[in-house]
Design a protein around this ligand. Structure first.
Ligand SMILES: Cc1cc2nc3c(=O)[nH]c(=O)nc-3n(C[C@H](O)[C@H](O)[C@H](O)COP(=O)(O)OP(=O)(O)OC[C@H]3O[C@@H](n4cnc5c(N)ncnc54)[C@H](O)[C@@H]3O)c2cc1C
Length: 361
């Protein structure tokens, strides 16, 4: 089993999570017979899982996180690292990748184990209460588990049109990591939600030309973003505009869009087309773990407990009566999960962790 143990950071400055958490210097091997049972194992190192690692440390738990991707950060790192996020408590605005850096640094205040690049395939609760988490590289053991897997695997919604799959990565994108490569390019952005509008705002100063098409009369994006884009140099085409045809062989060359009510067509010569028409939830193996699932989400109670004893869940993957899928609410949920896992592990422990500002460091 390959794991990375993280120590307390020496300073609070300049943590680069991608590098730090792909690091190899603190890698240790464990043989199959060297069974190490953790108190709390979190599946998924998105913003919620990272905050859970901090919280597990705060509660004195021996904690591990297992992440399918080679680095931490979940959706923020994988889908929108360059975007500014405005609604995280205490941050008037913060770039997604920078928030991940700070979340990691906070988690790394306590020593925890990070098993990166390992997708959990099976979850089995043994009769003795120990939970086995099976990955391709081996089995992890834990007394409690918190599932913070977001939407599961990220699968962008695709249009069922000729050329879409063929030109993915050749001018067709669903998310963008490096904005600079769109400098002086002609872009067509498809969608009316926050992602589409955030990309327009971020790329408008550097791209040569941006057109956005949307099929509805209203936008799901924040009103403020819509107003900003309307007064920018980007051109908005809505309502009822949809992609009809994608042109190009080795690289995208143009897109034909159609106004579905009037039949009018527009031909956009483009260097790239960015689809922001949503993601499909794909729980993958999680569906087979015996959890109660409702609409691709794990049902939890007010303690963030699933139907399997010792197994909790938090963040985008859960559903409950008041569920709202946001970073801030997910972080609150995993704090609840960790505190309840703590009293499950040790019934004499207090549920309330006390105030971190009172703790001696
Ligand atoms: C474009 C976009 C913009 C957004 N903007 C905002 C915003 O402004 N404010 C806001 O609050 N929210 C925003 N969100 C939503 C926010 O990103 C999510 O609420 C948040 O990422 C949920 O965090 P999470 O940790 O629950 O899940 P995720 O971030 O999805 O992380 C889950 C992690 O679990 C891993 N994983 C999944 N399955 C397994 C497995 N079987 N084994 C191991 N690892 C696994 C994944 O690889 C991933 O790293 C936005 C979302 C998108 C797509």
């Amino acid at each position: 089993m390959v794991e990375v143990k993280l120590n307390k950071p020496k300073s609070s400055a300049g943590v680069d999570t991608s590098g730090a958490l792909k690091g190899s210097s603190r890698t240790e091997m464990k043989s199959g017979s060297d069974i190490d049972v953790f108190d709390i194992t979190i599946i998924g190192a998105g913003p919620v899982g990272l905050y859970g690692m901090y919280y597990a440390g705060l509660r004195g738990a021996k904690a591990k996180v297992i992440e399918g991707l080679p680095s931490v950060g979940g959706g923020l790192a994988a889908l929108y690292p360059e975007k500014l996020v405005y609604d995280i408590a205490g941050f008037p605005q913060v770039r997604a990748k920078e928030y991940v850096g700070m979340a990691y640094r906070q988690a790394a205040y306590y020593q925890g184990s990070y098993a990166l690049g390992q997708k959990v395939r099976e979850l089995n609760r043994r009769d003795d209460g120990v939970i086995e988490l099976v990955t391709k590289r081996g089995v992890h053991y834990s007394r409690t588990v918190i599932i913070a897997c977001g939407m599961g695997a990220f699968v962008p919604r695709r249009l069922d049109l000729t050329n879409v799959r063929e030109l993915e990565g050749k001018g067709i994108y669903y998310s963008i990591g490096n904005f600079e490569r769109f400098k002086d390019k002609r872009l067509l952005i498809v969608g009316g939600g926050d992602s589409a509008f955030d990309y327009v705002m971020a790329l408008e100063p550097i791209a040569k030309e941006i057109n956005l098409i949307h099929r509805s009369a209203t936008f799901a994006a924040h009103e403020e973003s819509v107003e900003k884009v309307k007064t920018s140099s980007a051109s908005l085409h809505y309502p009822f505009w949809e992609v009809k045809e994608i042109h190009g062989t080795d690289w995208i060359e143009a897109v034909t869009a159609v106004q579905t009510q009037t039949g009018e067509e527009k031909y956009f010569e483009v260097d790239a087309c960015l689809f922001n028409i949503g993601f499909l939830a794909n729980l993958g193996p999680i569906k087979t773990w015996g959890l109660e699932i409702w609409r691709n989400s794990i049902k939890v109670d007010e303690f963030m407990r699933s139907n399997i004893e010792g197994v909790y869940a938090a963040g985008d993957i859960v559903t409950h009566a008041g569920k709202i899928k946001l970073i801030t609410t997910g972080c609150g949920e995993i704090a609840i999960a960790v505190n309840h896992a703590k009293t499950y592990l040790d019934p004499t422990a207090k549920l309330n962790p006390g105030h971190s500002s009172h703790l001696k460091r």
